[in-house]
Design a protein around this ligand. Structure first.
Ligand code: 5AD
Ligand code: SF4
Length: 470
């Protein structure tokens, strides 16, 4: 794996060149130029958008809250389900109207997972020719260079790579929160779950060197970050492809040693790679949060097989038991897909059975969405929309009933809460999170944001707690 410091220097030169162009434009307009980034999809995209914000700020752009007010609008797209794509095109249509009527100089750029699909790029070329720049997930570090090209070349600039073995991380980024941060530990995915487009748009699995990750986290701790979220499509297989192979559990033990970091989270895990070593590390750890997001997808063995998930219902249940034995108060959350091709009523009942047995703290439920190019798209017996929707509603009802029953179980306890923001509705309150990821509202002031405070959980209101200070 190449970690490319030379490329980072090259990009810094483009930042400098673009700065000069922007300064001229500022003089012409008599004001600063602004950017707005609209992020769709997962934590990975959220982290990538922080990188874009860092580069754009370095160039000299200021942040605009609303896209219609911005001189540069960047859509960081997701393509995991079809409605993610539809949302982007809906937004683009509206934005074009804004551009025409109130800001003809507005520059519109699209990047992210959707742009890794040739059909989508073709559609943008054909129907959205007002877009100035299209790039993908593998070359996002080139934003400054590509913006420079939009200033020096005519027409739509399209630069999408099919894959890469480069990891260019040494560039500016602006973090959304000063006290918590996402850290990429790996990119891509090798699992090829049969429904999933991610391996095609994010490429093969590539882990960052542990020393580079640890150096980044030490720097974050130095800057006041208390909580890190280690990010990867399948963090449980971290380290396998490195020259000196290591494991996710070993990485976690090193992160644990970093002073100043008080909470460690990670996302996402695959049950097939969840090791006993990791469970043991979690059992010993003082910093790893007691929350585990473990996507189930389906509770039926034949469906899991056709999904290419490499575990059975029994193995999944055994994993949850092991996790709960090692970390007794752990909250387990999941992702479930309903209506996968060939799913029968009894397959679906198996999923409901797992939900009843595990009693997830919460679950993200998805209607199966056919993604062109994935194996499942050509499976026979696609489930009708009507049947899938009816199952989805039954699943959601059960998930919500159980989540409501589970959510009050900490009432009366005094627990540490990381204060994250002023409560939107009541400015005398702060909103924060328990280590199990539950939300708590409690009295506090703005200057306490970023601190970990002891709070008594007085009352549970469904999906959040109301607390008081002790
Ligand atoms: N249809 C529906 N849901 C999907 N997911 C991934 N691909 C699809 C698809 N084609 C869900 C999975 C995954 C989550 C991020 O999105 O549950 O865990
Ligand atoms: Fe998609 Fe499966 Fe990889 Fe997750 S593990 S990103 S669901 S292919």
């Amino acid at each position: 794996m190449r970690s490319d410091r030379e490329e980072a220097l090259r990009q810094r030169e483009y930042i400098r060149l673009t700065q000069e162009i922007l300064k001229k434009q500022e003089l012409e307009k008599g004001r600063k130029l602004t950017f707005h980034i609209e992020t769709f999809g997962c934590q990975m995209n959220a982290r990538d958008s922080e990188k874009f914000a860092g580069i754009l700020t370095e160039i000299g752009y200021e942040k605009a809250d609303r896209e219609e007010d911005a001189d540069l609008v960047l859509y960081n797209t997701c393509t995991v389900r079809e409605n993610a794509n539809l949302k982007v095109y809906g937004h683009l249509g509206k934005l074009y109207h804004e551009k025409k009527t109130s800001n003809p100089d507005m520059k519109i750029a699209i990047c992210g997972c959707m742009m890794q699909e040739p059909d989508e790029v073709a559609l943008v070329r054909q129907k959205y020719s007002f877009v100035r720049l299209v790039f993908g997930t593998h070359n996002l570090f080139k934003l400054a260079e590509l913006l420079y090209r939009t200033e020096t070349e005519k027409g739509m600039i399209v630069d999408v790579w099919e894959g890469t073995d480069e990891i260019v991380e040494d560039l500016p980024a602006i973090r959304k929160y000063p006290f918590k941060a996402g850290v990429n530990i790996m990119f891509g995915c090798n699992n090829f779950c049969s429904y999933c487009i991610v391996p095609y748009v994010r490429g093969r699995e590539r882990s960052r060197e542990p020393e580079e990750i640890l150096e980044e986290i030490r720097g974050l701790a130095h800057d006041g970050v208390r909580e890190v979220m280690l990010l990867g499509q399948n963090v449980n297989s971290y380290g396998k492809g490195l020259e000196r192979p290591t494991s996710f559990a070993a990485l976690l033990e090193e992160v644990e040693k970093i002073g100043g970091i008080e909470r460690i989270r990670f996302m996402t895990s695959h049950p097939k790679d969840l090791s006993d070593e990791l469970i043991a590390v979690m059992g010993r750890s003082k910093k790893i949060c007691n929350h585990f997001h473990l996507p189930l997808q389906s509770g039926s063995d034949p469906v899991l097989k056709r999904m290419n998930r490499h575990y059975t219902k029994a193995q999944y249940l055994a994993l949850v038991e092991k996790l709960r034995a090692a970390v007794p108060d752990i909250s387990v959350t999941t992702d479930i897909i309903v209506g996968f091709p060939g799913e029968t009523e009894s397959d679906f009942e198996e999923t409901l059975d797992v939900v009843r047995r595990v009693r997830f703290q919460s679950a993200f439920t998805f209607l199966y969405s056919k993604r062109t190019g994935t194996p499942a798209a050509s499976f026979e017996d696609q489930v009708s929309e009507e049947v899938a929707k009816a199952r989805f509603d039954r699943l959601l009802k059960l998930v919500q009933e159980i989540a409501a029953e589970e959510s009050g179980k900490l009432t009366g306890k005094v627990l540490p809460v990381l204060a994250e923001e002023i409560n939107q509705q009541d400015h005398a309150l702060l909103t924060g999170r328990l280590t199990d990821n539950s939300v708590v509202h409690f009295p506090g002031t703005e200057k306490e944001i970023g601190s970990i405070l002891q709070v008594r959980l007085d009352e549970c209101k469904g999906f959040y707690y109301l607390g008081s200070r002790v």
